[in-house]
Design a binder for this molecule. Structure first.
Ligand code: F1P
Length: 593
């Protein structure tokens, strides 16, 4: 949610083209507006509402003087997405410019007070108080560093901030609390950014600043201090992701590239087995598991409940991160609380993690190395899906499922599951070889207004996730239901021509779900079935079918059967001429509660 970048280059190279390039890589974090500020003999600012390509055509964002500057993409929280509310935000004099990701909770009180002291505000943003506060403290005689320290002592909330001041040239200051920020240490070029894909092209040497540490970028290098002014020795970590991994590589959109990378995501995540073995050994005394997550990660958690309860016999709860604080009374030291998050920065998830850390053992299943969940959880499993840029999670979901399956298999000492898991990449590759039928289906269903997805057991979370993908990127109303629940309400919504996607792998419940298929069909629904290629009954009863290798058993079906549903959503979005990578109102990294 919002992305920030700052960069300082040596040798008088122009920073604006680099800032533009970096901020483009963060567009998945927000696309309500974009802005860049650089410093020459004055602070130059270009900014406007809209996606980067549109604003760039109007303003030529790379054409700005100065060898350092800051940039921002916005996901609006306070104030409409218009030019005035775009970042960078400046002080009264226009000498201080700030980009910010997060929310300043006490901005109204601060704004009133500053206004009474003569400060004039030009936007509706919470962010604007930051440059004004820095101005106020500098007017009192502080240097930029101390004015920033004073400012973060005044504001409450979440922030990653980068700031420049004309009065202290050749310097970018940055700091963070509860919003992500990384520091990139290149050769003669230094960066701060919300996330590593922004700067992979320039450096893979990353420092992770902690809460309220002050980062100072200068042409000579990077200094990180604590609030008392002590210089800190920070470790530089080399990130494994390469620039190529964060590019479209010939695909039209990141989402379809990422869907096609899912066999690799599973294969790579399987390499976490040794790490998971050690975690399981260490956790031999737990008697309950609690999954905590949001969105797609929540759906992965639901699959975890089915698996772990049935295979390992350990009771499992699955709780939405935003609801977690209402369920904490029963946690104790024998509870393992598992936090699943592709970004590792979801605000609700982090809040819940802090609560759980007080009573229980915590495990993070996370895709972004170095992210906050990885730093705060007792144990970490990294899903090895590589950078995911499309806002709607696809390959990270497969990575999460793979990690959960390994965890379940090892907790239950179930070798058969582990062997089945090894075959999953092969099944996915086979499925991806021919997806034309899904493309064709998209042309037939693109104008429908409502979709229902049903499944039973392991297929229930698949139905939920299929519905979520469809609503996220096509804006079609879609609901997922447990197949058995249909007759308890949703059946009333089924009418002539309403599409119902039935997720129906082979298995002991096949007959029951088949009856549910018949029920919707007899009420006029158009049935899209996802099932095994040797399931003649399913194929004959459905209006459209996508079939999968019959060796994919019910238990591992979540890892394979979700793929046609991701593709259906993708191709319907394309048919509706929507950008599947940037669904409206959403962002990849949800850093507000
Ligand atoms: C949760 C999530 C994603 C979704 C989107 C917004 O994020 O809901 O599942 O696809 O990207 O955030 P996380 O906690 O898994 O990072």
């Amino acid at each position: 949610m919002c992305g920030i970048v700052g960069c300082i280059l040596k040798n008088n190279e122009k920073a604006a083209p680099v800032l533009l390039d970096c901020i483009k890589k963060l567009e998945y974090r927000g696309y309500d507006s974009v802005g860049i500020a650089t410093v020459s003999d004055k602070i130059n600012i270009k900014k406007d509402a809209g996606q980067i390509n549109k604003v760039n055509l109007e303003l030529d964002l790379a054409d700005m003087p100065g060898n350092y500057g800051i940039a921002h993409v916005r996901w609006a929280t306070h104030g409409d997405p218009n030019k005035a509310n775009s970042h960078p935000q400046v002080d009264n004099t226009g000498k201080i410019a700030v980009v910010h990701n997060g929310i300043i909770e006490n901005y109204e009180v601060i704004k009133k007070e500053l206004e009474s002291q003569g400060h004039v505000f030009k936007s509706d943003t919470d962010t604007e108080v930051i440059p004004h506060l820095i101005e106020k403290y500098m007017d009192q005689g502080m240097d930029l560093e101390h004015a920033l320290i004073e400012t973060i002592g005044t504001i409450h909330g979440a922030y990653a901030i980068a700031v420049i001041s004309l009065d202290e040239p050749n310097k970018i200051l940055a700091t963070r609390k509860d919003s992500p920020l990384i520091v990139g240490v290149g050769e003669d070029q230094y960066f701060v950014a919300s996330d590593s894909p922004a700067i992979l092209e320039y450096t893979r040497n990353i420092i992770y600043p902690e809460r309220d540490e002050i980062v100072i970028l200068e042409p000579e290098g990077v200094t990180i201090k604590d609030k008392q002014g002590n210089i800190l020795e920070k470790e530089i970590e080399v990130i494994e992701w390469t620039p190529k991994m964060a590019q479209k590589e010939g695909y039209d959109y990141f989402m379809i590239k990422e869907i096609n990378e899912q066999a690799t995501a599973v294969k790579n995540t399987l390499t976490e087995k040794e790490n998971i073995e050690k975690i399981v050994e260490d956790l031999d005394d737990i008697n309950r598991i609690c999954f905590v997550a949001c969105g797609t990660s929540y759906h992965a958690s639901l699959t975890g409940k089915y698996l772990i309860e049935s295979l390992a016999g350990i009771p499992v709860d699955v709780i939405l991160a935003s609801e977690f604080k209402y369920s904490t009374n029963t946690l104790n030291e024998k509870t393992l609380v598992i936090f699943i998050s592709q970004s590792g920065e979801t605000a609700d998830t982090l809040k819940a993690l802090d609560i759980a850390n007080k009573t229980s053992k915590t495990l993070g299943i996370v895709n972004v190395a170095g992210s906050s969940v990885t730093r705060r959880a007792n144990y970490v499993i990294h899903t090895q899906a590589g950078p995911e840029i499309g806002v709607a999670a696809t390959k990270t979901y497969l990575g999460q499922l793979t990690a959960i399956y390994m965890l379940a298999g090892l907790l239950a000492k179930n070798n058969t599951l582990m062997e089945e898991l090894d075959r999953v990449p092969e099944f996915i590759e086979e499925l991806l070889l021919d997806t034309n039928s899904i493309k064709e289906m998209a042309t037939r269903y693109k104008d429908n207004n409502d979709f229902y997805f049903i499944g039973r057991g392991y297929s229930y979370p698949i139905a939920l996730e299929g519905a979520l993908k469809l609503k996220e990127i096509t804006y079609i109303h879609a609901e997922g239901y447990a197949a058995g629940e249909l007759k308890h309400g949703p059946l009333a919504l089924i009418d002539i021509g309403v599409p119902v996607v039935v997720v129906l792998p082979p298995g002991e419940d096949h007959r029951k779900t088949m009856s549910n298929l018949e029920e919707v069909k007899s009420r006029g629904a158009r049935v899209i079935a996802i099932g095994a290629s040797d399931d003649a009954m399913l194929i004959s009863k459905s209006d459209d079918a996508f079939t999968i290798n019959p060796d994919v058993t019910d238990i591992i079906s979540p890892l394979v059967y979700i793929i046609p549903l991701q593709m259906l959503a993708y191709y319907i979005a394309i048919e509706r001429e929507l950008d599947p990578d940037k669904p409206k109102n959403l962002a990849k990294c949800v850093t507000v509660e």
